[in-house]
Design a protein. Structure first.
Length: 389
């Protein structure tokens, strides 16, 4: 990748002018928690907490991109399902324009369904092989009464296909097996586009696409913000994709948000040991940067669910673990200043976690880690261990 798009949380004057007439809408998670229960989780006391007290917000004017990154099993897809109204949280609220989505009127529910659209991971399993692939487009138009007749509907479909750089002659009337994975995924993006939503929740949309198609898809997703005024929650486990997309970055581990800030802040100055571990695991194409040793066993330990939620859930894997990490849940600290040496802690001030009422622009670089507690000022600054020279 040769360039990095401007972070989505910063809107240019042209963006504001173009989308200034679009009504401001808000989609929020307010301290949501959700657990899955069953015999499979007997070793965890009968339940697996997938999302633990998570708050985040998306605003549509100006349009923005928020990226949620974390390894498999961290709770990212559960967050997506809750935002899309596919899974009701056990605690907390999902709100649309300030109203709980589970208390909306039928008209409000329809408005929410149209305003919040999802694009999912698997372009191969989402289509019914017995129906033509464009059926998902016709059904969406019919469901929301977007056209008076078939000719009008076809015009809307062709416009949306053009927005995702597909030619109607290449996809209309074809069955799923006649299309590539990239074409199928762009049809699902076209389905979202034709409804003109305020928000798109894209859950690992490029993880099953090859590299060339992946960049093409991400560029289209970025265009949706600048050209059509659509805000996106982009969910990925791949930090290179997160860096390319830009915007506001949230790092999730074991159901909790452990770090948040602009993509540049988090990627260039990672604060949480988990974020540093993710970055250290990225391969480098530089022949002068090589692995000189193996990561320690502590760093290699994979994330395992824990029934004890009254502590830092990264303690087993953290090279900087302290006694209090085993007994307390870290609050959120603001990250300020620059490190000037291996043993100096960043200047930090304690603050509450960003409010669900705050927009992504208002959520500055913050980390849930005791290393940033002013009381621990003598603790070493956590530095990303890469084993590379």
């Amino acid at each position: 990748m040769t360039s990095t798009p401007t972070p989505a949380s910063t809107a240019s004057p042209s963006d504001t002018e173009t989308h200034g007439t679009r009504p401001a809408r808000h989609l929020r998670l307010e301290s949501v928690t959700h657990a899955f229960r069953g015999a499979a989780y007997r070793h965890l006391g009968g339940e697996l907490v997938a999302v633990d007290d998570v708050s985040m917000s998306l605003a549509s004017n100006p349009p923005q991109i928020v990226t949620l990154v974390g390894e498999s099993g961290s709770g990212k897809s559960t967050v997506a399902r809750m935002l899309l109204g596919l899974l009701k949280p056990a605690q907390g609220r999902v709100t649309f324009d300030g109203d709980d989505i589970y208390q909306l009127s039928s008209q409000g529910r329809s408005s929410y369904r149209r305003a919040v659209q999802g694009v999912f991971q698997d372009p191969y399993g989402i289509f019914n092989p017995f129906f033509r692939a464009d059926r998902v487009l016709w059904k969406a138009i019919d469901r929301f009464g977007m056209a008076r007749n078939r000719a009008d509907a076809l015009a809307v479909i062709e416009q949306s296909l053009a927005a995702v750089q597909l030619r109607p002659t290449d996809v209309l009337g074809r069955y799923p097996h006649q299309l590539s994975g990239g074409q199928r995924q762009r049809i699902m993006l076209a389905r979202a586009h034709l409804l003109q939503p305020a928000f798109i929740v894209a859950d690992e949309p490029v993880s099953m696409l090859d590299a060339a198609v992946r960049v093409h898809f991400l560029n289209i997703l970025l265009d949706f913000r600048t050209q059509y005024g659509m805000s996106t929650l982009f969910i990925t486990h791949d930090l290179s994709n997160a860096f390319y997309v830009g915007g506001q970055l949230l790092v999730m581990s074991r159901g909790r948000i452990v770090e948040r800030g602009s993509t540049d802040d988090v990627m260039m100055r990672p604060a949480h040991p988990y974020t540093q571990l993710l970055l250290a695991s990225l391969p480098s194409a530089d022949p002068d940067v090589r692995w000189t040793d193996r990561m320690t066993d502590t760093e290699q330990t994979t994330a395992k669910p824990s029934a004890d939620r009254t502590r830092c859930l990264f303690a087993e894997r953290c090279p900087h673990v302290m006694d209090r990490c085993w007994h307390e849940v870290p609050p959120t600290y603001a990250v300020k200043g620059e490190p000037s040496g291996d043993t100096e802690i960043r200047t930090s001030t304690v603050r509450p976690a960003p409010s669900a009422d705050a927009t992504a622009d208002e959520q500055a670089h913050a980390v849930a880690c005791f290393l940033y507690d002013p009381a621990e000022r003598n603790s070493p600054l956590p530095l990303a261990h890469s084993g590379k020279t």
